[in-house]
Design a protein around this ligand. Structure first.
Ligand code: NAD
Ligand code: IPM
Ligand code: MN
Length: 353
């Protein structure tokens, strides 16, 4: 049975890294029996240009009908003053598909330790996951208002929304080192107080998991001071957005980190955590690894295509170990040459088998 993958290339470097990722997928799939078909849809700024809407009906329907969704990145200065911004489409697709759990891994691989802004002895061995709530909180709460003399955003959480993301995080921890850190601002925010109460109710259901609680400001500090402390961080939407860019940076670059957004049922959406990087679009400097890593995550988590994913993982590791790296990791490879080097690795390894 063929897997249907909805492809949303998006804006600026989005199409560049999507093309790179799909070329690697094609090369790896050719060496296994992974059978798939791609369906591409306009999304974000590209969709605003084509249809006036960041999330056209056909894109949403195509995404809903797919087995998995790949998104590169959307947004950029071109649409800063548009009546609807590309980012509104991203929030809308997450909400429409019920993608409440956003999983953002932070793993420092040995070849990239020297690229971390942190000292090697602090960052070595870092391997944690941020479980970010994605369909509620201040991103979606009402009322929301922007007037000349005041503005309102509202952070609302239902107990049920908190419970389901906590359970997703605890379950993930059970497959890892069984340690959860709940990150909140319970010394100030009512939503955080509720978050902590529910965490205390839910935690006894996972007796094999140890739990600690950190305020978000202290957690931001600890991520750079002692990143190996963490295994699974569970947090609300905005805190997770901010902490995940910070966490990505200690791995060497924001340009390598993938994510999965999943709901209770239906297709998951896989995307880099970074944006459309308008500052480097068209220069060949975009690191394709975030997209390639997102594709690997898709192969494993949506299609159990571990053999295909392993082939990509080994080819990426060999490419990096050979010192071929894009500029964000201190190298000189372009998006295209990096991609070609990975594809070459896939083919050479296959020929040796
Ligand atoms: P950004 O993540 O696009 O870029 C931040 C910095 O990281 C830039 O210096 C950029 O060059 C660099 N960078 C990001 N990805 C890279 C890659 N693959 N290779 C090399 N360098 C990379 O953040 P921004 O500039 O604040 O936002 C640009 C646009 O992207 C905005 O419109 C924002 O709303 C949007 N955005 C979209 C998503 C998404 O589609 N999921 C996520 C974040 C931001
Ligand atoms: C992300 C992005 C989005 C977010 C923006 C573009 C709406 O920063 O996916 O991390 O804040 O969720
Ligand atoms: Mn973000």
């Amino acid at each position: 049975m063929s897997a249907t993958i909805a492809v949303l290339p998006g804006d600026y470097i989005g199409p560049e890294i999507m093309q790179a990722g799909l070329a690697v997928l094609k090369a790896a799939a050719a060496t296994t029996n992974f059978d798939y078909q791609l369906k591409s849809y306009p999304f974000g700024g590209a969709a605003i240009d084509a249809t006036g809407e960041p999330l056209p009906e056909a894109t949403l329907k195509g995404a809903q009908a797919a087995d998995a969704i790949l998104l590169a990145a959307i947004g950029g200065p071109k649409w800063d003053d548009a009546p609807q911004r590309p980012e509104a489409g991203l929030l809308a697709i997450r909400k429409a598909l019920g993608l409440f759990a956003n999983i953002r891994p932070t793993q420092v691989i040995p070849a990239l330790v020297p690229r971390s802004p942190l000292k090697a002895d602090i960052v070595s061995g870092t391997d944690f996951v941020i479980v970010r709530e994605l369909t509620s909180g201040i991103y979606f709460g009402e009322p929301r208002e922007l007037a000349a003399d005041h503005a309102i955003d509202t952070m609302v959480y239902q107990a049920s929304e908190i419970e389901r993301i906590l359970r997703a995080g605890f379950e993930l921890a059970q497959t890892r080192r069984r340690h959860v850190t709940v990150v909140d601002k319970a010394n100030v925010l009512a939503t955080s107080k509720l978050w902590r109460q529910i965490a205390e109710q839910v935690a006894p259901d996972y007796p094999d998991v140890t739990v600690d609680y950190e305020y978000v400001d202290a957690a931001a500090m600890k991520i750079v001071q002692q990143p190996t402390h963490f295994d699974v961080i569970i947090t609300e939407n905005l805190f997770g957005d901010i902490l995940s860019d910070e966490a990505a940076t200690i791995t060497g670059s924001l340009g390598t980190i993938p994510s999965e957004s999943r709901g209770i049922s239906g297709p998951s959406l896989y995307e880099p955590i970074h944006g459309s990087a308008p500052d480097i679009a068209g220069t060949g400097k975009a690191d394709p690894l975030s997209m390639i890593n997102s594709i690997m995550l898709m192969l494993r988590n949506s299609f159990q295509a571990n053999t295909t994913a392993d082939k990509i993982a080994k080819a990426v590791a060999a490419t990096l170990a050979a010192g071929i790296m894009p500029p964000d990791l201190g190298g000189t490879a372009t998006t295209e040459s990096m991609t070609n080097a990975i594809i070459e690795q896939i083919k050479t390894r296959e020929a040796m088998n």
